[in-house]
Ligand binder design. Structure first.
Ligand SMILES: C[S@@+](CC[C@H](N)C(=O)[O-])C[C@H]1O[C@@H](n2cnc3c(N)ncnc32)[C@H](O)[C@@H]1O
Length: 230
């Protein structure tokens, strides 16, 4: 998979590239490349944003700057680019990222992530250049970079070779194996701590009963039973 990230802070992604499962996937031939808006802006002094028409606080990322950066990277009109690959603008009000959407993105050969800053994007970027507008939750971050990292992390851990043990992804929260429900509780040694024990079935060595118990706990959580603490 190829992920291109358009950002004002390309150096932030150095850390991401070094994280174990991301590094595993990159070593298998996937790529994360960053494009700095400032490196391609047609405006003087590295300008990328401007004041909003109609007034108000903050600055807005300009559509001509975005076009210049996309053209520099892909050599095509960005209006056509979104027919060829998913061009994802990150915005708090977008489609909220969830496991089905992560799975959808993980099946793509290439993704482009556009990180906003300040007040966000000129709306024409969303209307004419983006194929998707995605939010990582209903709250406001200072920039799209953490959201891009969340998408890279969630998507790349689904790719072959990302995890040390492929079974980790087969049976985890929201997976088909758990019928889309949150994962069941885990326990490890010591079996008794401050008088807090662990469910007897997990110590039984009886694989079928353990699997049935786990599925039941998972279903309970999916039905609204809270994971501790409640
Ligand atoms: C300070 S925010 C802009 C908020 C915008 N003025 C609003 O009220 O919706 C700057 C940038 O951070 C990113 N961002 C902030 N919150 C986000 C979220 N929950 N999901 C995805 N991106 C987010 C977007 O790229 C956005 O353009």
């Amino acid at each position: 998979m190829e992920i291109d990230i358009f950002t004002l802070f390309p150096q932030w992604f150095e850390w991401l590239r070094q994280q174990r499962h991301i590094a595993n996937v990159l070593a298998s031939g996937s790529h994360i490349e960053c494009v700095d808006f400032r490196a391609h802006t047609p405006l003087s002094g590295g300008q990328v944003d401007d004041t909003p028409f109609g007034g108000g606080a903050g600055m807005v990322l300009r559509v001509d700057v975005m076009e210049a950066a996309l053209r520099a990277r892909y050599g095509v009109d960005p209006v056509e680019l979104r027919e060829r690959r998913r061009v994802i603008a990150l915005a708090p009000g977008g489609r909220v990222l969830d496991e089905p959407l992560v799975g959808e993105l993980a099946a793509e050969p290439a993704l482009t992530l556009l990180c906003g800053r300040y007040e966000g994007f000129d709306e024409r970027i969303l209307e004419h250049f983006a194929s998707d507008v995605i939010s990582i939750g209903r709250y406001v971050l200072s920039g799209g970079e953490p959201a891009a990292m969340v998408i890279c992390d969630a998507v790349m851990r689904k790719l072959p070779g990302a995890l040390g043990d492929e079974r980790s992804a087969a049976e985890e929260s929201f997976s088909d194996a758990l019928e889309g429900n949150p994962e069941y509780p885990h326990y490890t040694r010591p079996a008794e701590y401050r008088g807090w024990g662990v469910p007897e079935v997990l110590l039984s060595g009886h694989h079928e009963r353990i699997a049935a118990w786990r599925l039941e706990r998972s279903r309970e959580r999916g039905a609204g039973g809270a994971a501790a603490p409640s």
